[in-house]
Design a protein around this ligand. Sequence first.
Ligand SMILES: Nc1ncnc2c1ncn2[C@@H]1O[C@H](COP(=O)(O)OP(=O)(O)OP(=O)(O)O)[C@@H](O)[C@H]1O
Ligand SMILES: Nc1nc2c(ncn2[C@@H]2O[C@H](COP(=O)(O)O)[C@@H](O)[C@H]2O)c(=O)[nH]1
Length: 186
Amino acid sequence: MQNGKVIVVFGPTGVGKTTITHYLNEKWGIPQVITHTTRAPRIGEVNGQDYYFESPESFAKNHYLEDVTYAGNHYGSSWEGLERAWEHHKIASIVLDSVGAETYMKELGDDVVLLYVTISNPKILMERLKRRGDLPAAMAKRLNSADFERDLALPDALKGKATVIKNDDWPLTKSALDRLVEKLES
Ligand SMILES: Nc1ncnc2c1ncn2[C@@H]1O[C@H](COP(=O)(O)OP(=O)(O)OP(=O)(O)O)[C@@H](O)[C@H]1O
Ligand SMILES: Nc1nc2c(ncn2[C@@H]2O[C@H](COP(=O)(O)O)[C@@H](O)[C@H]2O)c(=O)[nH]1
């Protein structure tokens, strides 16, 4: 099958990556690639829709394009997931950490559109996680992790290659996303 494009959305926890992929789907019909994880579902998350939720044993049986450990849990994405999304639309989106974003860049080259999401004041991230309903222990573990620190900055290897969106203000973010998709579709 012919490759399409994949918008790789990455950035620190709570910055709005998932919110962005939901918007891209609702406004533009862009399907999200569903990835696999061993973390427990959050309230409202649905297996097969938000993630494929796995046990450590079932996670290890899959074949991944890339996989990482983030704040103590395993995450991985597959070629099959990407191809399934491209069957529906020539552009797909996926939410990854910055290590995954670098791997996608190496594996897929020009088919990847890197979208780094950031925020002016990282202290607001904790408020967003609280409002999302994250449990205090899980939130503290995540915000104290080296993975969180790393994703607060765009990796040097991706500088100049990624579109950067500051998700401080949702209406402004939506406009920036619309401009990005209009450019990709033209
Ligand atoms: N611009 C914004 N202003 C205020 N709240 C926002 C904004 N964007 C997203 N949010 C809210 O912030 C919370 C975290 O958003 P989201 O789950 O999309 O983040 P994420 O980057 O996917 O996080 P994680 O990496 O932890 O999964 C959600 O409750 C979401 O509704
Ligand atoms: N490299 C990958 N990163 C992934 C994948 N699926 C999700 N993620 C990233 O992990 C963290 C934590 O996610 P959360 O849903 O528990 O908050 C976040 O940065 C995601 O972007 C994947 O398959 N590969």
